[in-house]
Design a protein around this ligand. Structure first.
Ligand code: URA
Length: 216
């Protein structure tokens, strides 16, 4: 069976609204942070829809026994924010996944070569292979950062089919690269943009997501 990268752009009015706020260059940093939190929340809501493990059981209502479905907390759910900008989506994601563990991964892009490199990795030696991983990274530009993140995860026992990515803007270049490097990934994004400029920024994009989040 040939695997094909799955990319979802949920047609949700709240996602469209907060994307517009985030794209607007006139949005001040405090409101930009709100927009990213809300995008993290609604994109995570869409991403976990058919993905969070559940168990079927029965509860007793005040009147009668009744079938009930609960989140199966025996299967670990982990959120991986890619520093720095991935932190902007974390609060929204965590509001829906309060029991998840957070493992930080720092990846920086060398401004001269534009090549990403990992400078911080808080992963355990091995993950439980059943672990569900949600990666937050608002800008998928070249796909280089996400490929490094996936290399680090799969080296520690994670099945790429159990990984979902929440991003805000994904460029065609990133999707093309990931469809080769990790075709079993599933990506949830608010928009797909056409181009990258010479500095590797997505156009129209929303600028430097880290700078705009942290006001630097
Ligand atoms: N990182 C950003 O913050 N913005 C882009 O457009 C590309 C990468």
């Amino acid at each position: 069976m040939t695997l094909q990268l799955r990319v979802y752009v949920p047609p949700h009015p709240l996602i469209k609204h907060w994307l517009g706020v985030a794209r607007d260059a006139g949005t001040p940093s405090a409101l930009f942070r709100t927009a990213m939190t809300e995008l993290g929340r609604w994109l995570t809501y869409e991403a976990v829809r058919d993905w969070l493990p559940t168990i079927e059981t029965t509860v007793q209502t005040p009147l009668a026994p009744c079938p009930a479905t609960f989140i199966n907390t025996e299967i670990p759910v982990v959120v991986v924010p890619i520093l720095r900008a991935g932190l902007s989506l974390l609060d929204g994601a965590q509001s829906l996944l309060p029991l998840s563990s957070i493992y930080h991964l720092g990846i920086v892009r060398d401004e001269a070569t534009l090549q990403p490199r990992c400078y911080l990795n808080k992963f355990p030696q091995r993950f439980n292979p059943q672990t569900r991983i949600l990666i937050t990274d608002p800008m998928l530009a070249t796909g280089g950062t996400m490929t490094i993140a996936m290399d680090e995860l799969t080296a520690r026992g994670i099945d790429p089919g159990n990984v979902r990515v929440v991003s805000v803007v994904a460029a065609h270049a990133a999707l093309q690269k990931l469809s080769v490097t990790y075709p079993s990934l599933t990506i949830f994004t608010a928009a797909i943009d056409e181009t990258l400029n010479e500095q590797g920024y997505i156009v129209p994009g929303l600028g430097d997501a880290g700078d705009r989040t942290f006001g630097t």
